[in-house]
Design a protein around this ligand. Structure first.
Ligand code: OGA
Ligand code: NI
Length: 348
């Protein structure tokens, strides 16, 4: 296992590779045949859920959400209550950030210690095969503002506003999930650490790629945290999820926020809800931007299947582990860390 001190080799920014105009991608981005994107994808879409239904047709909407969590691990929320202008401005401000000159962005270059800041790789394995994307990673909760970009100037304020909306949405969904699982309505919020939830953002920038059939914008992974709120690029598709062992391409609905179950909710629900693998394919003609907001349990609280969900027929599938402990594996090994954690769990 590499140390979490620094990167094992110099980090190359994918945006500058893309802008070099080179028609062949460097060998370090070429995926093995089995991981390359497939083009015969199923024409399906994840459930679209209208949040106003929680007021106008509550039972039906709760049922739709329940099915989406059990069968898909992913759904799109429309009429989610987060202002459309806010959502558009947040996307726009990050697009502006990624178009700042390289010297500006490099000021925020990250290290694998916390990952906060501007970066291009996940995991510290020397010689690892890399993804065709750059990102900016920000911690919001527990309170910490050390690595927030100072440019564009309105970014901080907009992100504060957006975060508050996401936190509200997260709290509503945790209630809905708790009730759908037959638990007290505050059960999951309590399991997440009450008011002390964690929140962090990953702004993903996927530059144009001259050989999109050989690589991926983001390798297959499941999100390690509680749940994710994704603002996808509305013009450029690319997100795919694994459903019944096939890749399904997601078509975002207008102004939708995509929600997915993370590993910690899979554990808490004792696998009734699934943290589903997903990936992003690269695009030859267009750059793509997305914002993934991770709503997480408190770092040091033990996460384990909720006792009411453990029965003789459904014994606990996971031992207790803090989110911090879990995340360390992912950060060391990159997205493949999950499977190593799974085998570690079964050894315990
Ligand atoms: C992520 C992620 C998907 C996307 O950041 O974890 O899955 O569409 N992003 O960029
Ligand atoms: Ni993800």
């Amino acid at each position: 296992m590499g140390s979490l001190g620094d990167w094992p080799e110099p980090v190359v920014c994918v945006q500058s590779l893309s802008e070099s105009g080179e028609l062949v991608i460097p060998g370090q981005y070429i995926k093995p045949q089995s991981e390359r994107p497939s083009f015969c994808l199923k024409e399906m879409n994840i459930p679209v859920i209208d949040m106003t239904g929680l007021i106008t047709s509550r039972e039906e909407t709760m049922k739709q959400i329940s099915e989406a969590c059990r069968e898909w691990g992913f759904f799109q929320l429309v009429n989610h209550g987060v202002g459309i202008e806010l959502v558009d401005s947040v996307r726009e401000i990050w697009r502006e950030f990624f178009h700042e000159p390289m010297e500006v962005k490099q000021k925020y270059a990250n290290t694998p210690k916390t990952y906060e800041g501007y970066g291009s790789r996940l995991g510290v394995e020397k010689g690892a095969i890399l993804d065709w994307s750059d990102y900016y990673y920000l911690n919001y909760l527990p309170l910490c503002r050390t690595k927030w970009p100072a440019h564009p100037p309105s970014l901080r304020e907009l992100m504060e506003e957006y975060t508050n909306e996401i936190l509200k949405l997260g709290a509503v969904l945790l209630k809905v999930f708790s009730m759908n699982l037959g638990l007290k309505e505050d059960a999951l919020q309590k399991a997440f650490g009450g008011k002390e939830v964690g929140a962090c953002l990953r702004a993903n920038f996927y530059p144009k790629c001259p050989q999109p059939d050989l690589t991926l914008g983001l390798s297959s992974h499941s999100d390690p945290g509680g749940m994710t709120f994704l603002l996808p690029d509305e013009q450029v598709f690319g997100l795919q999820i694994r459903k019944d062992n096939q890749w399904v391409a997601i078509r975002p609905a207008r102004h939708a926020i995509i929600v997915n179950i993370g590993d910690q909710l899979q554990v808490l629900s004792n696998s009734i809800y699934k943290s589903v693998e997903h990936r992003v394919v690269a695009n030859p003609d267009k750059q793509r931007l997305s914002l993934a907001y991770f709503y997480n349990p408190k770092n040091d609280i033990l996460i384990q299947p909720i006792s009411e969900l453990i029965t003789l027929k459904t014994p606990a599938l996971y031992p207790p582990m803090t989110f911090e402990e879990y995340r360390r594996f992912i950060r060391t090994k990159g997205p493949r860390g999950k499977f190593q954690v799974e085998s570690l769990k079964s050894q315990r």
